[in-house]
Design a protein around this ligand. Sequence first.
Ligand code: ATP
Length: 310
Amino acid sequence: MRLWILQPQPQRYHYPIKRWTRMDAAFHRRKDKVVVIMGATGSGKSRLSIDLATLFPFSEIINSDKMQVYRGLDITTNKIPHSHRRGVPHHLLGDVDPSHGDFSPADFRCRGADTIADISARGNLPLLVGGSNSFVHALLVQNFDPRFNVFHSQALISSHLRYNCCFLWVDIAFPVLSQYLRQRVDQMLDSGMLDELAQFFDPDAASRTRFGLRKAIGVPEFDRFFNKYLGSHAGSDPLREHAYREAVRAIKDNTCQLAQRQIGKIERLRRAGWDLRRIDATEALTSGSHVWERQVLEPSVKIVKRFLME
Ligand code: ATP
């Protein structure tokens, strides 16, 4: 299977999309406008955000992935590399010091609201992009109770939002997504994930309660391996090979489970009345950029244009 979403994409598009200017968008409004790109890990949110920010060049991206807010583990947490950002400003991406403990949904609500206010005051459009639905929920709802995680109970989720939001949900059929996620873990390992995790490994922290970045998928899974084999080289030790393969298998399983949980939370938000526009990116995952443009980018551009003109 070819993995299109991971490849750096050219800035040329096959169909004629006009770049918008601030003058085209109706920025007179009572509530700030925010475009929200949701979806499970690996669904193509980052790629869509960069494409949209290129076509609506007054956009700035706010990250809403709870592991990517921290500085460090860029490969393990899958942060979009600088070379793929096409100069689009990114906020709350690698900004938080991981030694300061958990960055909570309440912290995100506070920092995210300040960032939206700043972007809007500059006359620009905030694009909120990331897979942590508890962060998205905390930032957007009118009334937020920090003592209570709505996704950990069957409580009703409010659909009263404090911004004027346009929601795009990038969705991929789960069997296709999970196959892709398993391959993506192999690609991340090829790109240096093991070295990154080895440098981050701390035997004392591994035995204590985890907080912040130490919860990222990859850190706990490799602890047992590093405890025994840190510094040893791949060779003919079958026990080492077995421990390595077990860690990789656990990362793949946990990533697929994360994606499944994220989709479940998105479906709950939709049932609660959040007006999520689902974009099917299943075919685009395995086809060329023509399919991406026709099936994902083009409908997203239409939805955002309409939203900006409202
Ligand atoms: P919850 O309500 O359970 O807190 P959430 O929607 O806030 O979930 P998720 O994004 O689903 O947050 O993340 C839950 C867990 O998944 C994280 O604590 C972490 O273990 C893992 N995780 C999430 N994003 C990443 C990432 N980018 N890299 C590595 N692990 C991640």
